[in-house]
Design a protein around this ligand. Structure first.
Ligand code: CTP
Length: 399
């Protein structure tokens, strides 16, 4: 996709380098348009090297290419990070005195602003009105973070976490400006993710191939849609997602405890974790040694509690929506229907796995089965897109 990264003149420009790197690594073609002030903070060479593209700074360069019109027209997404109070004011009033503001007027794609400024400037009635104007016109203006600002003061106005901006932009690229809607605001959702590890001795465990990606995508997307999110994560190598309460667990028993505790006041629980069905019956407190000339002793297994079935039966909160996942290698829909009924959940996401599909990859294809008999196919695509479709179904039930 063609992403235009507009950078206005704030110290947070250096953090936009990280955002640019995330876009480039994900295969997007990024064109950076810094304002003259932005170049005081981060120079043209950095933007050019990180984007792999020439950097356009003013309307008077390469005039024959009409850059002030072309760059905006060809963009699939325009993200302004950081967006200063001055830039927001210019955008709200349609001023066009440099290349970036011209690009804002010619772009017809979704526009995301990631503001960063001092608290007083963010709270000033002029800025409040400019932000309201931009939002009314369909732009997404991310709320700045609260924390340490430049200098000694702290407060609201900090540049949002680059990873969170990136996640939101990815959603905007798949869902359009609709991605900015916070329809889960005021809701508490619990998501489990990753694969549990059931120890056999101090150095060995029974594990599985779950990467945690789908659960993490569900948590990030729910947070972006305004929910308070508790993410109960078993083993995964993913970085911590922004804006969620993360609870780390190891075994299925620990996961059960954490999920039941968080579910006590949750509007929805999504069990995306690969919870081990069995654990070794015995835990050897010292490492099991091989014995020359003897076969290893068989490993006896016992069943773990089924967390999904337990919360589906218990339902601590009236109207709580409970979602399970099923990874099936064959007869996916028939097995999925049976599993939905057996577990007693409201929705079940069925993936066909095996042959390199789903596990560890960034994309997924699935069908969402509902207890009313309906089926929602989810076409092959990013796990964040599946997450959005699933939250659509959950939000519809909560409404
Ligand atoms: N799950 C759970 N607790 C367990 C095992 C699984 O909550 N002890 C949840 C998973 O998080 C997932 C769903 O149940 O949402 C997956 O079920 P699965 O393990 O496939 O179900 P089984 O009935 O064990 O299916 P099968 O034996 O056919 O693999």
């Amino acid at each position: 996709m063609n992403v235009v990264l507009g950078v206005s003149g704030g110290i947070a420009a250096y953090k936009a380098c990280e955002l640019l790197r995330r876009f480039s690594e994900s295969g997007h073609d990024v064109r950076v348009v810094p304002t003259a002030s932005a170049l005081h903070f981060v120079g043209e060479a950095t933007w050019s090297a990180l984007s792999g593209n020439p950097v356009s700074t003013e309307v008077w360069e390469s005039v024959h290419e009409v850059p002030h019109v072309r760059i905006g027209q060809h963009a699939d997404l325009l993200v302004i990070a950081p967006a200063t109070a001055d830039l927001l004011a210019k955008a709200a009033h349609g001023l066009a005195d440099d290349l970036l503001t011209n690009t804002l007027l010619t772009a017809r794609c979704p526009v995301v602003f990631a503001p960063a400024m001092h608290t007083e400037m963010w709270e000033h009635p002029a800025t409040r009105e400019n932000v309201a104007t931009l939002r009314r016109r369909g732009a997404i203006v991310i709320e700045p973070a609260v924390g340490r600002l430049t200098g000694v003061d702290t407060g609201k106005g900090r540049f949002p976490d680059p990873e969170a901006i990136f996640e939101l932009c990815q959603r905007v690229l798949t869902r359009g400006a609709d991605a900015g809607h916070t329809d889960l605001a005021g809701r508490h959702v619990v998501v489990s993710a990753g694969g549990t590890r059931e120890p056999l001795d101090p150095v060995r465990f029974l594990g599985n191939l779950s990467s945690g990606r789908q659960g993490y995508a569900l948590a990030s997307v729910a947070a972006a849609r305004g929910a308070r999110v508790t993410l109960v994560a078993a083993h995964t190598e993913l970085p911590d997602p922004a804006g969620v309460d993360l609870v780390r667990v190891g075994t299925a028993a620990e996961m059960r405890e954490a999920v039941l505790a968080a579910a006590a006041d949750a509007d929805a629980v999504v069990m995306a974790a690969a919870v081990a069905d069995f654990r070794p019956a015995e835990y050897a407190a010292v490492k099991i040694k091989k014995v020359e000339g003897a076969e290893p002793a068989p490993v006896a297994l016992v069943r773990n509690a089924d967390i999904l079935a337990e919360i589906s039966r218990g339902r601590p909160v009236p109207g709580q929506v409970i979602v399970g996942f099923a990874a099936e290698t064959d007869n996916a829909l028939v097995n999925g229907r049976a599993k939905l009924a057996r577990k007693g959940c409201d929705l079940l996401v069925v993936n066909e796995v095996g042959g390199g599909r789903a596990f560890g990859s960034a994309d997924n294809e699935a069908v969402i089965l509902a207890d009313d008999g309906s089926e929602t196919p989810v076409p092959f695509g990013p796990k964040a897109a599946l997450a959005d479709l699933l939250w659509d179904r959950v939000a519809a039930r909560l409404a």
